[in-house]
Design a protein around this ligand. Structure first.
Ligand SMILES: [Zn+2]
Length: 304
């Protein structure tokens, strides 16, 4: 269903643009995927605690613990979600962890055609502000973040339309009907923000591009939720696109080449072919790598 809904995104995108305080405990550990976990705990002046956690380059969130009530707040959420006394502490820690983007872009919201979407649009905006420089850093490196122009602006437009959302150049159009039915699907904002950062010329292997986009969405920005797509070993194909292709890329990143995403990003930028690139780079076809990936799923099931 989701794949069908995203269809509009691919088509429209390609047609249009074818991207304190007190004690401090720093504990460095690694999770089961080998990602570094940083934890910092701070006391609040009037009692209560905040535990900051960062996992790899992906999830960064704070758990506010006041009077035994715990509230989790992500690094991309506005600082106004924290009580006033906590804000300087939060700013200091997010800065220390590199969570405050050194480059701030502008985001303009247009809800003229869908005034109901305003609140959702504000929450979407904070994600665009947070993720755009991070996705640029992931795909093009930190130097590229420094080169983002001062007046770089992404437009977030809400329309009463079918489908989900699409990106064209520096604008992202979201269906106000869709978000009414799926108010928690902020991942679509990350997906479209990634398209703005990709800024590809015309792409022929759209499945491969959408796989990269959803890899960033599901395996980087939503890594903590484990909201991964189910691959059917009998029916799925590497060209299924979106989450299926993203799961295949995740296996490649972990087992074949950690720089795979950066490399195919270069392939898209230079109007190349991912199918050709994979054979040249790894001496195996996309299908052969897919078969190895499926075999690894069989082994996992047997082990469980
Ligand atoms: Zn897309």
């Amino acid at each position: 269903m989701k794949r069908l809904l995203y269809g509009i995104c691919a088509v429209a995108f390609c047609a249009a643009s074818c991207l304190c305080f007190s004690q401090e405990n720093d504990q460095n550990a690694k999770n089961e995927e080998g990602k570094e976990i940083v934890k910092i705990e701070k006391d609040l002046p009037s009692g209560g605690k905040i535990l900051f956690q960062k996992v790899g380059q992906e999830a960064a969130f704070a758990t506010l613990d006041v009077d035994g009530k715990k509230v989790e707040i992500d690094a991309f959420e506005p600082i106004s979600r924290f009580p006033e006394e906590a804000r300087p502490i939060v700013e200091e820690v997010w800065n220390q962890l590199g969570e405050i983007p050194k480059k701030t872009i502008k985001v303009e919201i247009d809800v003229a055609e869908a005034p109901d979407a305003e609140e959702w649009a504000e929450r979407a905006k904070s994600r665009v502000l947070y993720w755009y420089p991070k996705v640029v850093a992931m795909l093009d490196g930190e130097e590229a973040v420094d080169k983002i122009p001062e007046d770089f602006t992404i437009k977030l437009i809400f329309k009463d339309m079918d489908g989900v959302a699409y990106a064209a150049g520096r604008s992202i159009t979201v269906s106000s009907r869709y978000i009414k039915r799926n108010p928690l699907d902020f991942g679509l904002v990350v997906h479209e923000t990634t398209h703005v950062a990709q800024a590809y010329p015309r792409v022929r292997e759209v499945w491969a591009m959408e796989g990269e986009t959803d890899y960033i969405r599901y395996f980087i920005t939503e890594a903590r939720s484990k909201n991964h797509w189910r691959v059917d070993p009998e029916r799925s194909k590497y060209t299924d696109s979106y989450g299926i292709t993203a799961s295949y890329y995740d296996w490649i990143v972990r087992n074949v080449d950690a720089d795979f995403i950066k490399k195919i990003h270069g392939v898209f930028r230079s109007r190349g072919s991912v199918e050709k690139f994979v054979v040249e780079e790894y001496g195996k076809s996309c299908q052969e790598l897919w078969d190895e990936f499926i075999k690894s799923l069989d082994n996992q099931t047997r082990q469980n």
